[in-house]
Design a protein around this ligand. Structure first.
Ligand SMILES: Cc1cc2nc3c(=O)[nH]c(=O)nc-3n(C[C@H](O)[C@H](O)[C@H](O)COP(=O)(O)OP(=O)(O)OC[C@H]3O[C@@H](n4cnc5c(N)ncnc54)[C@H](O)[C@@H]3O)c2cc1C
Length: 288
């Protein structure tokens, strides 16, 4: 059994102080990833002697709208995202992705900050946050910095977060009304379903000319960690709807995956399945 000391922080300042003074520590938000890992004695945990509970820090649980951005506190639960009028108005993609997570109990406990920090290749909020160009505010005793989520996640279960840094907010730039998004997920079953594959995309749609501009596509569970498929984006960008060949694009997404991962045992399943969810996402996006 893993032994550790348990510290409970009342506010951001206290959490940062604890992280500064107790170097070998883990943060506990909703605990739906961390407690499972502790129970399983997962080697991913590495060495630690302290668990710092941040779950009662109410100043980290918020969704706020500003002129150009929406700011989300890291302790915002999946249920809060699903129910938020602000998220449903500006980023329905994020609410749709949150709805697919776990079960009601997991969605009531699990947080956006935990989903990002755990950096699982199958994390359902990470692809939507990447296509939305989200950026994270990280605070430590001596520093505050902003990091785009694309630079925060650097490997499977690996982030560029320093040991003494706390995510204090997630900021998403608002999009104009011509942007539309889509999220797809497939797994082994309907409920409590960890993604075998997921896919988030957004695109600026010129309805008058039936043209796609600024498309961003991020599959999850397809590569060791989620990232933008820029070759595929270039194939679509600037095309009118009738120039799009969805069969060709569904081949291309598989080829881009393989160019990153190489051929793996899962490739015979993932290549056509990824092509399939791209087609579905594009069909829904353009109301074909
Ligand atoms: C049964 C079950 C089903 C699940 N289904 C899904 C699913 O369908 N899709 C999915 O994506 N996930 C799923 N998960 C995983 C999990 O629920 C989510 O990733 C959740 O969002 C994690 O949030 P948490 O608050 O519980 O994180 P915790 O377990 O508390 O923390 C996870 C990691 O994040 C770090 N952390 C947390 N908050 C911060 C912060 N503010 N700053 C810095 N580091 C921080 C912690 O130190 C820890 O390393 C499932 C888990 C279970 C047990």
């Amino acid at each position: 059994m893993i032994e550790f000391e348990f510290l409970s922080a009342k506010n951001i300042e206290e959490a940062i102080n604890y992280m500064h003074n107790y170097k070998l520590s883990k943060l506990l938000a909703g605990g739906t990833d961390l407690l499972v890992d502790i129970h399983k004695e997962s080697p991913r945990l590495g060495e630690f002697s302290y668990v710092i509970d941040i779950s009662n820090i109410e100043e980290l649980r918020f969704i706020k709208e500003y002129e150009d951005i929406v700011e989300i506190g890291p302790l915002t639960t999946h249920t809060m995202l699903i129910e938020s009028p602000i998220i449903n108005k500006y980023f329905p993609l994020l609410a749709i992705a949150a709805k697919t997570i776990g079960s009601p109990q997991i969605r009531n406990r699990g947080t956006i900050g935990g989903n990002i920090s755990n950096a699982s290749p199958a994390a359902d909020l990470v692809p939507p946050l990447m296509v939305l160009n989200a950026e994270l505010e990280l605070k430590s005793m001596d520093d505050k910095r902003f990091v785009p989520i694309e630079e925060f996640i650097v490997g499977p279960y690996k982030t560029s977060k320093k040991d003494d840094e706390l995510i204090t907010s997630i900021r998403i730039p608002k999009l104009d009304e011509s942007y539309k998004g889509n999220f797809q997920k497939i797994g082994r079953r309907q409920a409590l379903n960890i993604a075998r594959l997921n896919l988030a995309l957004i695109a600026k749609i010129d309805e008058a000319n039936k043209k796609i501009e600024d498309i961003r596509i991020v599959p999850g569970s397809a590569t060791p960690y989620p990232l933008r498929f820029k070759n595929l984006e270039r194939e679509i960008e600037g095309k009118t709807w009738n120039q799009l060949d969805l069969d060709y694009l569904s081949q291309k997404i598989g080829e881009e995956m393989i160019s990153i991962t190489g051929e793996r045992w899962s490739t015979p399943y993932k290549k056509p399945a990824l092509g399939g969810i791209l087609k579905k996402a594009m069909n829904e996006l353009l109301n074909f």
